[in-house]
Structure formats: structure tokens, C-alpha cells
Design a protein around this ligand. Sequence first.
Ligand SMILES: Nc1ncnc2c1ncn2[C@@H]1O[C@H](COP(=O)(O)OP(=O)(O)OP(=O)(O)O)[C@@H](O)[C@H]1O
Ligand SMILES: [Mg+2]
Length: 383
Amino acid sequence: MARETPAGDLRLANLTKKFGAFTAVDDLSLTIPQGSFFALLGASGCGKTTTLRMIAGLEEPTSGQVLLADRDIARLRPYKRPVNTVFQSYALFPHLDIFENVAFGLRRRGIRSVDQQVRQMLSLVQLDGYERRRPAQLSGGQQQRVALARALINHPQVLLLDEPLGALDLKLRRQMQIELKRIQTEVGITFVHVTHDQEEAMTMADTVAVMNAGRIEQLGAPAEIYEFPATAFVANFLGQSNLIAGEVAGGNGGEILVTAHGGRFSVPAARARSNQGPVHLGVRPEKLHLAGTAAQVPAGCQYLDGTVSDASYVGVSTQYLLRTGWGTEVSVFAANSGAQQRFVPGDRAVAYWDPRHSFLLGRRTGEDDRTSPVLDEPVGASS
Ligand SMILES: Nc1ncnc2c1ncn2[C@@H]1O[C@H](COP(=O)(O)OP(=O)(O)OP(=O)(O)O)[C@@H](O)[C@H]1O
Ligand SMILES: [Mg+2]
């Protein structure tokens, strides 16, 4: 039985899936350490589900390997793989009660005394006492937990989760994120979680892989990729960034000097993905601060001046747009801590930042500033 396979890392090696002429997953190579919580994050259609389906055995790769503990499982039948999947639609058996839903995997393997294991699982997902209910008598979050218990009772080496929280409302979703993380820590099974919600990925995962058009753009710990994105796509998919088009004008010890729109800026060399030619100077909106005049900018900081073109109060913060002299708007998030000066549209202001919070990315010639779109949702929340 699958459970005897030696434990180990899950490795995708040059995994590719083509549907006709269209490449859905493009030469994907990555290693997911045993016992880690891994999130695959990307926009709709980028190939997340297709990747999971290949790991689960529901889709045959066009080429490449799926290795578990160095054993190629890509050609094993789905049920032979030490892998279970929880889908967005929980797909519980409506005619069976909760106990029997959870017991299903054990019964199918011919195991007769299931009582203790089922109760253990229900307790893990905090559904003690719900044994005799039917799925229709549970809330979305409870059904989701039953689906989780039903998968975990098989002791898979890898649990695949495809947007399992997609059907839940925001509050419940946040609760379940914390819950899922607790359960993962408790059972120590490798979780591969697919989502298009960046905050969800960052909340839960040890490692986040940002996927774009069938490829991984960047992979790392949440704080690592948020603080130092590798590409413009990542800078704006994982949170938001102001990306100012400039040119490298030279180096000065540990600093890289950049000219942009007539201004001169510096970025620590350690925060540069490129040190020559056209670049994007990146600063995240929450790393920008507003002041009335340049005289108020703290020593060591750099700044841009402009006119406030929008001020949106969103409770925890106020989100400003500052229109610069060259016409680009930069986005500034100011925490509503009560300590800051307020600005209204039409005010002249400067946006300043500590260069250690900026980053430098390579830029294709002709590519202009890339400022975050005007927000349609508050920071710290998502759909
Ligand atoms: N059976 C199929 N035949 C043809 N094209 C497919 C098939 N399955 C998926 N695709 C295409 O492959 C691409 C990746 O699909 P996939 O379902 O992996 O995306 P996803 O990242 O999971 O998106 P979402 O967030 O919307 O679920 C899409 O463009 C999709 O239309
Ligand atoms: Mg999908």
C-alpha cells in the first residue's frame, strides 16, 4: 500500500502540460520539502489546478516527472499515489452522515474498526458531536472541515488543496486559514495549497511560489518575496508596488545610482536585481510617507514631490495618490494611527522613503512607470 513508500520531498521536474498547442504548465521544476506548507499562488488560468491534477494523477503530464522521495509517481494510478486532494467543492456524500463521510477511505480499504480514527479526525477539525448529521445540515466552513478530515484520515504523504476556502465568506475564510495552518502543524503532512488570494498564501505558507502563465516567477518565504520581489509581476501581484522607470547612472560603493524623470536616487546594491541599463525603482505604498515640504523629510531618506490627487479613507489606513511632476501617480498608504498629518486632494506634498526599503528591477526598454492601480479593496483584506 502507498503508505509504505519512504517519506520524502515532493519534486516536480520539468513538468509540462500542453492542451493542443496551448501550454498550460511550462517546464515546471520545484522541490517541496516534506512536511512543509507550500502555496501555489497565481491569477486565474495560470495553471495551478493543472499542476495539482498532475500531482494527483488526474491529468497526465505531456512531459516531465512527479517525484516523491525520488520515486517517479507520474505514471501511477491516482489511487496508488500517497496523495489526497481537497477541492473547492467539498464533494461530500450527501446521503452519508459525517461519521461515514470521514470513515469512507478506511472502509474502502477494508478496515473494519474505524471508530477511534474517525473520532480522532473529527476532534482534529473540531467537529466532535457532529457525527450523525448530514452534510446539508452543516455550514460551509464545517463541510470544508469534514472534507479535510476525510482526506487526512488516509494519512497521505501529500495533501493537495485546490482553493478549498473559495466558497467561504471573508471572516470564515480568515478563521479557516488559521485553522488549516494549525492542523498542518499538528499532522506534519506536506500541504500544497492552491489559491489566487495573495494574503491567504502569505498567511499560511512556509513557501509561496508565484505562478504566471504556466511558470514560476518567484519562490520563497512570504516576507522574502514580498520585501524583495524578483519581477514587476511579483511586485504587483503580491501586494502593490510603485515602479518608477529609470536608468542606472553608476555605482558608489554599496549603492546603485539611478536617474529617473530628472531626479537622482540610490538603492542599496543588495536590493538590486539589475545594476545596469533601464530599471524600475520600486517602493511599496506602505513604505512611502507623506510630508508637507522637503524640509520635513528625515535625513537619509529620498523623496518625490507632487500634488495629492486622491485621498481614500479605508479605516486602518488612508490611501493617497500623489501626482508627480512628470504625471505619474504614486500610491502612498498612511496608517491611521492618529499621529499623521492629513492631506486632501490639491495639497502639495512630498512622498519620501528610506532607500533600504526600495528595490531595483530590470526593465525592458520602452516600458514606463508601473504604478499600482487605484485600489478597489482595502489593504489587509481581499475577496
Ligand atoms: N482540459 C483542458 N483542455 C484545454 N485547456 C485546458 C484544460 N484544462 C485547463 N485548460 C486551460 O489551461 C489553463 C490553466 O488552467 P488551470 O485550471 O490550471 O488554471 P488555474 O490556475 O487553476 O485557474 P483558476 O484560478 O481559474 O482555477 C487555462 O487557460 C485553461 O483554460
Ligand atoms: Mg484552478
